[in-house]
Design a protein around this ligand. Sequence first.
Ligand code: HEM
Length: 142
Amino acid sequence: MGLTKETVEIVKATAKPVAENAEAITTRMYEILFENHPETRALFNDAPSDQHKKLAAAVGAYAANIENLDVLGDALEKMAQTHVRTGVKPEHYPMVGVSLLAAVKEVLGDAATDEVLAAWKEAYFFLGDLLIAREKELYAAA
Ligand code: HEM
């Protein structure tokens, strides 16, 4: 089970503009997320750095390597551990996903066609499902 070839191609093709605008996209993502789901603000209280600002770029970078999950392993494990430490739960994923896609649409404008947004949605939730599954194991072991 993986992403469709078409999705991987579209995500790869648009990873550059997304990465180049990652700062603007994530700034808008947080605004939208905190406005619609203020309860998620507390999760970021102890955020030590601007690491999470790279979420949009991370989704693109990891999606581009999605055919080679071995490469992703260490990065995913680190994300899952950080998420568990900060109390991220499965129900937060759609909140972030919807906010991220809205921000991509706003910032990329005409370049964010329905096709592009659908591909990024698939990539986001593919990664999200991998993280949720690993985080479930970590929560159960804690
Ligand atoms: C596919 C979805 C997601 C990806 C790719 C992603 C990516 C990341 C990355 C790369 C980090 C830094 C990890 C580290 O180096 O320690 C991180 C940290 C974090 N993530 Fe996520 N994340 C996702 C979903 C979420 C969701 C749904 C939430 C909940 C609101 C969330 C909240 C956080 C928090 C609170 C941190 C730690 C604080 C910080 O450094 O800002 N993430 N995430």
